[in-house]
Ligand binder design. Structure first.
Ligand SMILES: CC(=O)N[C@H]1[C@@H](OP(=O)(O)OP(=O)(O)OC[C@H]2O[C@@H](n3ccc(=O)[nH]c3=O)[C@H](O)[C@@H]2O)O[C@H](CO)[C@@H](O)[C@@H]1O[C@H](C)C(=O)N[C@@H](C)C(=O)N[C@H](CCC(=O)O)C(=O)O
Ligand SMILES: Nc1ncnc2c1ncn2[C@@H]1O[C@H](COP(=O)(O)OP(=O)(O)OP(=O)(O)O)[C@@H](O)[C@H]1O
Ligand SMILES: N[C@H](CCC[C@H](N)C(=O)O)C(=O)O
Ligand SMILES: [Mg+2]
Length: 489
């Protein structure tokens, strides 16, 4: 494709070299440069992509998109200077791939918790309604029936456009994607045309990356600020920041709620281990999902489907059959009826919600035994350290026994993370708390502590099938470890 066509709608600061250069490939990683490549120099959190420009040229890059022109530039390479290289890359990628997002209905979901849940429920609902669909999520990417691994919650702009083209080719009419706050700040969604945006909620997370809670809010809001007039912006009216998200959007403002007034209003009638009974728009429906937080997710999904033009009754009929994504309140039950729950709660709010849901669900069983809650939880390394003591405090406050353990220590010392968690445990709660660094041993210890009907919550990893230690991903699946521990009981 001609460089001049790729730069359509991209504000330029300066150029050097031919605008007729032919580009056959795009990348922001010098390690993937081949002859004919346009290399984008991105200033990262670890290194500055500008330092790889000579390497990219040596490997045959024909165009360099950068924020800073080099002192010396070879004549046969074109340099394009822009103010924001990742943002420009979003538009270049969209042009390169023929703007696939304009040819499908693309709906983005943002918020601290519930993105995967809402995007996956929408994907499953719309397939139930008879459409071919695409999904871009933390757990996996999916092109109708074809499952592809996901490395990020939100892919970079090049990968996203590439996937959208494949989705179009497979006949997909709707695509549901998670929009993480990292993706907004790093401009991974620049150049994408959204038909709608959904906000779930915002609570404490990722302060390591955003610095302050205000910056984190601004990042999420940035998604709605970018929505076109033709899109809908659907927010959670019960969230303190729900209205703020839509303050400056051009999109049509809509909301959902359980407590306050919203366009789409729901009410929980009952909430048990087998699901939720709710009224939505005065229709009474059973859903297979558990917990009050999922009532919000279901309302968001219902509202979005209505805004996409689907029939209310049809939506609810299909939605009542939809199952939650992998690793979200997933139950593994032992032969002697210990209830294991594997859940991806990795933020204070999610952990609190899941534990409160479990507290509400437990009741005296037939023998009059009141089940105990045993929680196994850890916090990820090289991620927000401020949430560590808070999560330990929540776990110990809302459980009868707690085992603190590792969850993807990455490049940090696991015991340092655990000490930071322990700092949140009060002296009274310390008596019911143990620390077992090795996650497999921690789960086994929880199983050994449990009596029939007790509930073991294994939180933080959900669908993940690895433990990331020093950059190596070791096989590890909470569900499998729990199942094995139950078998050896
Ligand atoms: C903190 C963060 O978001 N990092 C992302 C970022 O990496 P970075 O800023 O560290 O990049 P860098 O290593 O400094 O490199 C800068 C540039 O030089 C390039 N480079 C680097 C080396 C080289 O030899 N040649 C070269 O060209 C890199 O390709 C890059 O373009 O840009 C990379 C390329 O797109 C991402 O893969 C990487 O995600 C890392 C792996 C990551 O863990 N990200 C997490 C935090 C993340 O994004 N999570 C959110 C979900 C969060 C949530 O809501 O829960 C997500 O959307 O997945
Ligand atoms: N609407 C919600 N409000 C609060 N907590 C929720 C909600 N939905 C899900 N959760 C909790 O958060 C956990 C993560 O849910 P989910 O994977 O849907 O969130 P996410 O936003 O995609 O997370 P990530 O940022 O890692 O991509 C769930 O396992 C559950 O414990
Ligand atoms: N999207 C989140 C996932 C956290 C999952 C948890 N298991 C961890 O590794 O901290 C993140 O990248 O921060
Ligand atoms: Mg997710």
């Amino acid at each position: 494709m001609l460089l001049s066509d790729l730069l359509y709608k991209v504000p330029l600061l300066a150029t050097a070299g031919s605008m007729n250069a032919e580009v056959t490939h795009l990348t922001m990683d010098s390690r993937n440069v081949a002859p004919g490549t346009l290399f984008v120099a991105v200033r990262g959190t670890v290194v500055d992509g500008h330092s790889f420009i000579p390497k990219a040229i040596a490997q045959g890059a024909t165009v360099i998109l950068c924020e800073e022109m080099p002192a010396e530039a070879p004549a046969d390479v074109t340099f394009v200077q822009v103010a924001n290289a990742p943002r420009a890359m979003g538009f270049v990628a969209a042009n390169f791939y023929g703007n696939p997002s304009k040819k499908i209905k693309l709906v983005g979901v943002t918020g601290t918790n519930g993105k995967t849940s809402v995007a996956t429920l929408l994907f499953r609902l719309f397939r139930g309604l008879g459409y071919r669909c695409g999904l871009l999520s933390t757990v996996q990417n999916q092109i109708d029936d074809t499952v592809l691994p996901a490395t990020h919650t939100t892919p970079d702009a090049i990968s996203a456009n590439e996937l959208l083209v494949k989705m179009r080719q497979a006949g997909c009419t709707h695509v549901f994607m998670e929009v993480s706050s990292h993706a907004v700040v790093q401009e991974r969604i620049a150049g994408l045309h959204f038909a709608g945006g959904i906000f779930t909620n915002i609570t404490h997370d990722h302060l390591d990356f955003h610095g302050t809670f205000d910056n984190y809010i601004k990042a999420k809001k940035g998604f709605f600020d970018q929505l076109p007039r033709s899109a809908f912006a659907l927010t959670n009216a019960d969230d303190k920041r729900g209205a703020v998200m839509l303050q400056n959007t051009l999109a049509r403002k809509e909301s959902y709620s359980l407590q306050t007034l919203g366009t789409f209003k729901g009410k929980i009638l009952s909430d048990g281990l087998f699901g939720l009974e709710m009224t939505i728009d005065d229709r009474q429906v059973w859903f297979k999902l558990i917990g009050r937080f999922n009532a919000y997710n279901l309302l968001a999904v219902y509202g979005a489907a209505v805004l996409l033009g689907e029939d209310e009754e049809e939506i609810l009929t299909q939605l009542s059959a939809v199952t939650p994504p992998s690793g979200r309140f997933e139950q593994v039950i032992s032969a002697d009826k210990v209830v294991g729950i594997v859940d991806y709660a990795h933020t204070p709010d999610a952990l609190q919600n899941v534990l409160e849901t479990i507290q509400n669900l437990r009741q005296n069983n037939e023998e009059g035994y009141f089940p105990q809650i045993i929680t196994v939880v850890g916090c990820g390394g090289n991620r927000d350290a401020a949430k560590r003591p808070i999560m330990a405090q929540i776990a110990t406050k809302l459980s009868d026994r707690v085992i603190l353990t590792s969850d993807n220590p990455r490049f940090e010392d696991p015991m340092t993370i655990l000490e930071q968690m322990q700092a949140g445990v009060s002296p009274v709660n310390a008596r019911k708390t143990r620390t077992i660094e090795e996650r497999r041993e921690a789960i086994r210890a929880a199983v050994a502590l449990a009596k029939p009907h007790d509930i073991i919550l294994v939180a933080g990893k959900g669908h993940e099938t690895y433990q990331d230690i020093q950059g190596t991903k070791h096989d590890f699946d909470d569900r499998q470890v729990l199942r094995e521990a139950f078998q050896n009981r």
